[in-house]
Design a protein around this ligand. Sequence first.
Ligand code: GLU
Length: 350
Amino acid sequence: MLLRLCLAVCLVSLCLYQTPLQAELKTIQLITMGGAITGTQKDALSGKFKLSSRSAETLVAGNIEILELADIKFKELYNIPSQEIQQKHWIKLAKEVDKAVNDITIDAVIITHGTDTLEETAYFLNLTVKTKKPIILTGAIRAALHPSSDSTQNLIDAIRVATHNDAINKGVLVVANGKIISARHIQKNHNHSLDALESSELGILGYVHNEIIDFHQASIKKHTYYSDFDIKTISELPNVDIAYAYSGGLSNIKKTAIKGLVVAGVGSGNIPMTTLKELKKLQKNNIQIVRSSRNVGAPVYSSKGSEINDAYLNFVSANNLSPQKARVLLMVALHKTSDPNKIRSYFKTH
Ligand code: GLU
């Protein structure tokens, strides 16, 4: 009898002790999009990535204690390699994230995503979801069930950043390999190396080391809450293509069904003179031209010394956005306006 009483007292005190601890857990909406982070490898020795059939379960298979870091609500939105992600996927994801951040029971959103195009999705969300709540993207270079996968560690780090108050109002963030990177700066810079998800030369925002979250800076370009764009008003996006410049030429330009063209120019967004004439013809069909650089992270400006006069040609320069990110901003900008001056101002501020 005494033993039973003791057991009951112990159980009650355990419950009382655990309640305040559990109440402190933040709630995260975790959205899975596919990619290696939720994938398996073909066999134990192969690094070859294969999509798994149940992505959320694969995520916690590496370490069930992940569930102790936060109250996690799983949602598999897609299960695809990130090279398959198109505008319609971005829009659906952004609307889903928007719904989550407007839910008072959700504190933060984490999105797991293939790393190949993670930077484009991250930047799209950074431009279109109006919130101060943390939105974190993460991925993995080695598949979730690879013997030395970075999947579990990146997920744990993402949860730690997402639940930390310092991540509030920083715009969309990418967490990978112990680093916190702004969606504005993130760029995949390697294919196999574990530090493939890096930033442009502007650098990372901070570090994650076990439970320590250490921010050093933030991007001051307009993002999320302060952005001029809002996913609530977007149901489709105009098509924008990218043309790649090289010595003496420019890759084939699709003349139909596009509203904008980003040129990955040489050097400071330069394009050979013969192809400039081609671009002028495109403009007559109301196609907006944006000049970026094929040099990673290098800014393209319209200065008095520029070889191409943007104001005269009605072109826009892309600042330090990569061609693929300039494409994202041009789509969102063209959704709102076709005025080159207005588009130019978006490229300066976002
Ligand atoms: N192509 C795959 C993807 O981006 C590669 C695996 C990965 O890095 O996530 O989804």
